[in-house]
Design a protein around this ligand. Structure first.
Ligand code: KIV
Ligand code: ZN
Length: 514
């Protein structure tokens, strides 16, 4: 069984999804979970792009010890220097530097000749290698590049010190056969290729990212890049959990193993989905809500007789635990702490106390508190913990009925600490709240999407609302939970506004464009 390294880019390519704006604590929580999941390398951000990315990469590089941490840089000295400052405290500083190699990108984006592109790549990889023991070089848009040009530039970049060569399908254009052939061609024609690890990085524009990644493995790739739940630019990246489970279930065919702990898949997927505000579609492979649901009578009958009739993956394999131990009104601090740790959260005493208080409040309203409810409480604490002035919902009241126009009265504390209060109407209760909040805040706001889910089952289930807003022209996802649907709606709206405020304070405008 050959080994394939897993390179996770949820915190870089995944964070480039529209509206995703993670705070430092959320990034760290995801990084710790990726470490538990067993990824070999995690790309924690693009340090030169913003102060927030720089700090995120530096914190993660200093904390994470069992996974190698990397950051992205353009082939520009200043990007490489900034990345070094962010990564130098990592156990194994690792840089990911990229330059486009396709005729389209070289002509229209870079405005460089192929010879100039080779010179820049070689010079900057050599420069990076003076600082970093590991340098990955990516030929951006490799799948639309000329193969012999790739052979030429890769040979020289390896001589300059690159230790990993990545061949991205940047625009999700290639097919499994073409992508596999490219890897075989590079393996067979680059004379010094044995000195490096060869990596695949696929986007999902044509829905082939996972199939392309597997074709690359079959043709000599020793590293696969992707994101959790397949989030990322446009249609997203290859979903790591899908690649991992495919390699495992079909090891008779692919004969490659990874270091991933498959039982951590569900928890990792939930964490990323909730923090990023990007829902996992119910029918998504491996982690969708319906991935293990059998609806038709014939299928149900078959599964009852023998699960393997219609079930090729067991829920347990990916960490879906049917024995979800619930906590209730009488559960004490000790049981609570154990549960929090088993969900993968490590909290300091004061945070744990806050979480316990929130849990107790919930048990007044809800008889049984399950893992999903706890997950929500713990995540809300992380989301709100960033210490910058923001809006806070103090109180709201709704008047609504079948024969009158819904009216909301809302009181907020604004970032300057003043309490503001007013009332507005709307066509529905949620709209009346949103109209009222909008009239209280300084920002220019448009609602682009609203989604309501229940966390778990039962009448007393928590409501979870995800919204996508544009706030002063920037897209922002927000999430809110509460037992009351309207309160969850208000929380999500305010959370999306606060995320833009937090990013404005922590992060200046993104300067670099990928
Ligand atoms: O898709 C891509 O080409 C990238 C590069 C920066 C590696 O994300
Ligand atoms: Zn990418």
């Amino acid at each position: 069984m050959a080994h394939v390294n897993i390179f996770d880019t949820t915190l870089r390519d995944g964070e480039q999804s529209p509206g995703v704006n993670l705070n430092q604590l959320e990034k760290m929580e995801i990084a710790k979970q990726l470490e538990r999941f067993g990824v070999d390398i995690m790309e924690a951000g693009f340090p030169a792009s913003s102060k927030g990315d720089f700090e995120g990469v530096r914190n993660i590089a200093r904390t994470i010890k069992n996974t190698s941490v990397t950051g992205l840089a353009r082939t520009i000295k200043s990007d490489i220097d900034i990345a070094w400052e962010a990564l130098k405290d990592a156990d194994e500083p690792r840089l990911h530097v990229f330059l486009a190699t396709s005729p389209i990108h070289m002509t229209y984006k870079l405005k460089k000749t192929p010879e100039e592109v080779i010179q820049t790549a070689v010079e900057q990889v050599a420069y990076a290698k003076k600082k970093f023991p590991h340098v990955q070089w990516s030929a951006e848009d490799a799948s639309r590049s000329d193969l012999d040009f790739l052979v030429k530039i890769i040979r020289q970049v390896i001589d300059a010190g690159a230790t990993v060569i990545n061949l991205p399908d940047t625009v999700g254009y290639t097919t499994p056969e073409e992508y596999g052939n490219m890897f075989r061609y590079i393996r067979e024609n680059v004379p010094n290729i044995d000195r490096v690890s060869l990596s695949a990085h696929c986007h999902d524009d044509l829905g082939m990212a996972v199939a392309n990644s597997i074709a690359a493995i079959e043709n000599g790739a020793t590293q696969i890049e992707g994101t959790i739940n397949g989030i990322g630019e446009r249609a997203g990246n290859a979903a790591i959990e899908e690649v991992a489970v495919a390699l495992n279930i079909r090891n008779d065919k692919y004969q490659h193993s990874t270091n991933l702990v498959l039982k951590e898949i569900k928890r990792t997927s939930d964490l990323v989905s909730k923090f990023t505000g990007m829902f996992v579609p119910a029918n998504k492979a491996v982690v969708g809500r319906n991935a293990f649901a059998h609806e038709s009578g014939i299928h149900q009958d078959g599964v009852l007789k023998h699960a393997s009739t219609y079930e090729i993956i067991t829920p347990e394999m990916v960490g879906i635990d049917s024995n979800n131990l619930v906590l209730g009104k009488h559960s004490g601090r000790h049981a609570f702490k154990n549960k929090v740790e088993s969900l993968g959260f490590q909290m300091e005493e004061n945070k744990l106390k806050e979480a316990f208080d929130a849990f107790k409040l919930l048990t007044d309203k809800k008889k049984e508190v399950n893992d999903d409810d706890l997950f929500s409480i713990l995540m809300d604490l992380q989301t709100d913990a960033v210490d910058v002035p923001k809006y806070k919902l103090e109180a709201f009241q709704i008047q609504s009925g079948s024969s009158n126009l819904p009216t909301a009265t809302v009181a907020l504390t604004s970032p300057d600490g003043n309490r503001v209060e007013t009332a507005r109407t709307g066509q529905g209760s949620v709209e009346s709240i949103y109209n009222t909040v909008e009239s209280l805040v300084q920002e220019d706001i448009h609602l682009a999407d609203y989604q309501l889910n229940s966390i778990g089952q039962g009448r007393d289930a928590l409501a979870e609302v995800h919204v996508t807003l544009t706030v002063n022209g920037k897209i922002s996802n927000g999430r809110g939970t509460a037992q009351d649907v309207l309160e969850a709606s208000a929380n999500a709206f305010i959370n999306a506004i606060n995320r833009v405020l937090m990013s404005d304070r922590n992060i200046e405008q993104k300067q670099a464009h990928i």
